[in-house]
Design a protein around this ligand. Structure first.
Ligand code: FES
Length: 599
């Protein structure tokens, strides 16, 4: 069909905004959507078609629903190393359903290749994703991500863009084998490095295991942030059913990719926009799953940021109450024993959701156009397996994450109790303070460091503005002199994050952070700190008067930057309790809080 015979496409109507007030909704479809502004809409479409035909497209192809596909392949990102195969399969699925696949690049972030920390660029990727979805014509978008920050960034960006969106994760890597022991990134990376620091293994062995920890492309093989976000994306209803668990290099993963492409076309035709999927009930289902899988603490921040884009505050106290009635069922490292490929062989999310069914909102909508409950009715029958425990015999009786509060963290802090040492969860100790990451690096392994296993290590200035970017330095290494004595855990407190693959009695996300003058800034060496996970409390045992005196005597200078993205980041980033998102990217008005108190 020529453009002259399609006058409707030449004058695409604009309709008022609905749920996303920041972006006008363009009711045009396909290639006529989001026309470049030359002041003549007919000419804009004429020119667009002329250019795309330079790539050999026919009018017949250009009349189809357009499905954008984010291409986050990068030589710096082996977690996305199966991108070519996934892209081919998604495109096949799109074309089988009668759509036109159009892939486009966005930023890609890998944990180990992002300086100073991947969290600093998460919001940049979210902005890139949002703006490229809006700048280019597409009726639906397939988001392909995997490594820790990419899926949160894509969901944040797509939530703000507002068009139909479906998430495809790259899938977990395979496990490797070192001298007969099964290993995988990155819990075993930390364990072997800890053994090397303690002098238990030599340089030759630590070099040998380095070859085995990441046995294929794909995301970390334990329940770290990437695996947690994959499960959360499925629990949110944002992936095809069963989309979370297939490993990266399997046929199942490719089939999920093809189905994702096919569903994207259906979503475009049905105008199943993201606000119909990312509802309060969807966020509550995701929180349930986060707690039940012993998921990464980072995902509280990411879920808070995604929810904030949709107009929902996260109520940390209500989340803690939800945690008290949600058992940890998934026996995966770092809280348990298995790896993601075992979870997949055990039936993946279908097996987990079956056990959680009484606690879920079954009427939450999914990208299939059917509710979670309808999808669960079609799940395969249960079978014997030892990775997902029955609710009657959990790994841990409560949710993996507890929310703490106290005079040290008036805005909250968290601890991954399922990965902590039970002996340390009720503990009072003397503070051993490091002012920042450099101070810690300079002194932590010194034999002169005055520290015992009963002390509490405090690391300041690794919050959203402090480092900046809230690095995963909250997993403070055991000081060398203690490691040599065989100490495996010690209470650690910081305003930073830790990797989802890490373990220990570690208090994180202390809010407000030290860099903006939170109480953490005024902790001194020798102060007493009390941690009570049972009472959900983290307190500095210093009087209010003494704290006030310290506040007036010590000057906290907030970090600044002269230019560029770092300047934007430091001026607008929010604290952990608001998702470390930029303040101007959150929804203009809030619709409520999740989880709701009635959950
Ligand atoms: Fe990419 Fe762990 S480094 S998922």
């Amino acid at each position: 069909m020529s453009i002259e015979s399609r006058p409707d496409a030449l004058t695409p109507p604009l309709t008022p905004p609905t749920t996303q007030p920041t972006h006008p909704v363009d009711a045009a479809t396909g290639m006529a959507k989001g026309l470049t502004n030359y002041g003549d809409r007919g000419f804009s479409l004429f020119l667009r078609k002329a250019f795309i035909k330079g790539a050999g497209y026919t009018d017949q192809a250009l009349d189809k629903p357009v499905i954008g596909i984010t291409n986050t392949g990068s030589a710096y990102n082996p977690c996305h190393g199966n991108m070519p195969q996934l892209m081919e399969a998604v495109k096949r699925g799109v074309m089988l359903a009668g759509g036109l696949p159009m892939d486009f690049p966005t930023i890609s972030i890998h944990e180990s290749f992002a300086q100073p920390t991947s969290m600093m660029t998460r919001n940049l990727m979210a902005m890139d994703t949002e703006e490229m979805i809006l700048a280019q014509p597409m009726d639906a978008v397939v988001l392909i991500g995997g490594c820790d920050k990419t899926v949160p960034a894509q969901l944040m960006g797509a939530a703000s863009a507002g068009i139909p969106a479906i998430q495809l994760v790259t899938g977990a890597m395979l496990t490797g084998s070192h001298r007969g022991e099964r290993v995988g990134a990155c819990t075993d990376c930390r364990r072997y490095w800890g053994r090397f620091r303690a002098g238990e293994i030599d340089g030759e062995e630590v070099a040998a295991v380095n070859n085995q920890l990441v046995a294929s492309v794909g995301t970390c093989s334990v329940m770290g942030t990437a695996s947690t976000m994959a499960c959360i994306a499925e629990a949110l209803g944002m992936t095809v059913p069963g989309g979370a668990s297939p490993p990266a290099v399997t046929a199942d993963r490719i089939r999920v990719a093809e189905m994702t492409g096919t569903l994207a076309v259906q979503m475009a035709r049905d105008r199943l926009t993201i606000d119909k999927v990312l509802t309060a009930k969807a966020f509550e289902n995701a929180m349930r799953v986060l707690l039940a899988i012993g998921g990464s603490t980072n995902c509280i921040i990411h879920l808070t940021a995604i929810a904030g884009r949709m107009g929902f505050e996260v109520d940390l106290k209500a989340l803690d109450r939800m945690g008290r009635e949600t058992p940890v069922l998934l026996d995966l490292k770092p809280s348990g024993a298995h790896y993601m490929e075992d979870f997949h062989h055990a039936g993946g999310m279908a097996t987990l959701l079956r056990e959680l069914k009484p606690l879920l909102h079954l009427d939450a909508m999914t990208v299939t156009g059917r509710t979670l409950g309808q999808e669960m009715d079609d799940h395969p029958a249960a079978f014997a397996q030892n990775v997902v425990r029955p609710a009657s015999d959990p790994i841990y009786p409560q949710g993996g994450i507890a929310v703490l509060q106290g005079n040290l963290a008036p805005g909250g802090a968290i601890i991954k109790q399922s990965a902590a040492d039970p002996r340390l969860m009720e503990h009072e100790g003397r503070a051993v303070v490091f002012e920042n990451v450099q101070d810690m690096a300079d002194r932590i392994d010194s034999d002169e460091l005055d520290i015992t296993a009963d002390d509490i290590i405090v690391l300041k200035n690794i919050g959203p503005k402090g480092a900046p970017g809230m690095p995963e330095a909250g997993y403070i290494p055991i000081p060398m002199k203690l490691a040599r004595q065989g100490v495996k855990d010690i209470v650690r407190v910081s305003d930073g994050r830790m990797s989802g693959t890490a373990f220990g009695t570690i208090v994180l996300h202390v809010t407000p952070e030290a860099a903006i003058g939170g109480p953490l800034a005024y902790v001194l060496n020798g102060d007493r700190i009390r941690l009570s996970v049972a009472a959900r409390a983290i307190d500095l045992l210093v009087s209010d008067d003494e704290l006030a005196q310290r506040r007036s005597a010590m000057t906290v200078v907030e970090p600044t930057a002269a230019r560029g993205y770092r300047k934007l980041f430091l001026q607008t980033v929010t604290q952990a309790d608001l998702g470390v998102d930029f303040d101007f990217l959150r929804a203009a008005t809030m619709r409520g809080s999740v989880p709701s108190s009635g959950t």
